[in-house]
Structures are given as C-alpha cells and as structure tokens.
Ligand binder design. Structure first.
Ligand code: ZN
Length: 199
C-alpha cells in the first residue's frame, strides 16, 4: 500500500513536470490519486513554507470515520505569495514520499483506533513547558508506533540507515534523558522495516 501510493505519485513526475500549477491545482492533482471516500485534501498557505516547497500534514478523525465520512485529512502547505509552481522545479521524490508516508502514518492511527488496543500515554516530569509537551506527544505509544513506520519508510525509500533519518534524531534529542522511549521506537522501526521489506 505504501509503496503503491509512493510509486503512483512519483509516476506523475514524468507527465506533469513540464506543466505549471497554481497551489490548489497541484493539491487537486494529488487528491485525484486517492479515493475521496477515505481522504480529503486541503490547500493551506503558510509563510513557514519556502517557495517551491510543498509541506504535507495529516490528521485522522475517528468521529468522521464512525459516520462513514472521509476519515483522513491531508493538508498541502505552500508559500503564500507564490502564484505559479513549475513542475520541473518541484521535488517530486520528496513530495511523493511525504504524501505516501503521511497517509501511511495516519492509517496506523486509524488501525490503532479500530483495534481498541490500550496504548500508553507518556507523562513527562520535565519542567520546561515546550519540551514537556513535545515529550508527551512523541512519547505516547500511538506516536512511537506511527513514527516507527515513518522512519522505516524514509529509510527504505531514501536508502539510508534509520539512525540518519530526521525523525529518529528528533526522538533521540527529545528523549536524551529517557532512553526507554528510543528503545521502544527502535522496536517499531525494526517491525516496519521487516513489513516494508516483505511488501
Ligand atoms: Zn501521529
């Protein structure tokens, strides 16, 4: 599923790299690659995004899922003042990976919800309020599992050791005082590396 999504998106490069797009046209092109009963796509403008970059964010909504509505929202973020995107200037490899990885990550949250497994929260004892919030987000079992997938996927697609993946380094920096979270993350990475190798 992950590789099929990635390869389908990457296949757009050949056909569309000589085209120009407005941001919402590019979002529509990506949206057409996925069933609308499951996914909704949105265009968002944000000065944190550099020109010619497209940043992907996702969220799973169990309430919508229960109503039979599109359960996963994918938001593509663009620089606010860029009117035209030249296909040749876009990093199709990165965008294809980001969208496929984001969808895979959110579908893990969906299966966590559907399985009704009890997943542990993480209680941080750190006093710095920002670091505490980040530890409690990343340290929750649901995110350790989903980011384990994200890191394994990055390792496979870009052919690099998981220890060199960006999200792995965020985990090791965030939990420099609690190595047990990194150990749990590594277990999940290995689980998904095996799954993705068999896929
Ligand atoms: Zn997540």
């Amino acid at each position: 599923m992950f590789f099929a999504n990635y390869n389908r998106l990457l296949g757009l490069k050949h056909k569309y790299q000589s085209r120009t797009f407005k941001a919402n046209e590019f979002t529509r092109l990506i949206r057409r690659q996925f069933p609308s009963r499951d996914f909704s796509f949105h265009t968002h403008k944000d000065y944190a995004v550099d020109p010619d970059m497209v940043i992907t964010a996702g969220s799973y909504d169990c309430y919508y899922d229960g109503l039979g509505l599109p359960h996963t929202e994918i938001t593509l973020c663009y620089h606010p003042e860029q009117d035209q995107y030249f296909g040749a200037a876009l990093d199709w490899d990165q965008i294809s990976f980001d969208v496929a990885e984001c969808i895979g990550h959110e579908l893990i949250h969906r299966s966590q919800h559907k399985s009704r497994r009890k997943l542990a929260k993480y209680i941080s004892s750190i006093s710095d309020i920002n670091k505490k919030a980040e530890q409690e987000y990343l340290g929750a079992e649901e995110e350790i599992e989903a980011y384990g997938f994200s890191i394994a996927a990055e390792s496979k697609i870009f052919n690099k050791e998981y220890g060199n993946c960006a999200m792995y380094n965020i985990y090791t920096n965030t939990f420099d005082s609690d190595h047990s979270v990194v150990v749990k993350l590594e277990e999940q990475i290995v689980k998904y590396l095996i799954q993705l190798t068999g896929a």
